[in-house]
Design a protein around this ligand. Structure first.
Ligand SMILES: [Zn+2]
Ligand SMILES: [Zn+2]
Ligand SMILES: [Zn+2]
Ligand SMILES: [Zn+2]
Length: 165
């Protein structure tokens, strides 16, 4: 019995026990130790939710043993925080309920900076980590500044100005 076996690092290949089973066995070629594990061969995740009121419930199935796994597979992207809160107030459906609840505890949409962005699922609007915000301005074109000095651009949403020489 070698040093590797003492550390639990046995040798040999894993083999499936049966053709339609995902149980695998390995008999160590060095010490004869028998280990078992389960290795599924899952296909792609597919949405199983109601498309009219999505919550991103998903399912995938193992090609070998037909075992099924379920999970929520959200597709997060940056969205405008204030618009998301406003739509949550208008339409408190499943995925937006958390945001509606956040508003009730004082997170009023009007207090949010108009250019704040938050991560939310593009399918069901479920918020991601709402402590992580970015600011994304809706900049207009660079124009000549006042008195022809430098250039300036203005955010069409919040009115912020940015100047450069
Ligand atoms: Zn071994
Ligand atoms: Zn399987
Ligand atoms: Zn989602
Ligand atoms: Zn802005």
């Amino acid at each position: 019995m070698g040093l590797r076996c003492n550390l639990g690092m046995h040798q040999g290949d894993w083999e499936y026990d049966y053709s339609r089973s995902c149980d695998q066995t390995r008999r160590c070629t060095s010490c004869g130790n028998v280990s078992t594990r389960v290795r599924h061969d899952f296909g792609d995740w597919e949405f199983t939710d109601n498309r009219d009121e999505p919550n991103c419930a998903s399912e995938r199935t193992c090609d070998r043993c037909d075992e099924t796994e379920t999970d929520y597979r959200h597709e997060y992207q940056w969205v405008n925080y204030r618009e998301l809160l406003e739509s949550a107030a208008r339409k408190p459906t499943s995925g937006l309920l958390e945001f509606a609840g956040a508003m009730a505890t004082g997170y009023a949409a009007s207090k949010i900076h108009p250019c704040s962005q938050v991560m939310a699922c593009k399918r069901c609007s479920r918020p991601g980590d709402s402590s992580t915000l970015t600011t994304e301005h809706d900049w207009g074109r660079w124009q000549a500044g006042p008195y022809g000095q430098g250039t300036v651009r203005i955010c069409g949403r919040c009115g912020e100005r940015e100047e450069r020489d």
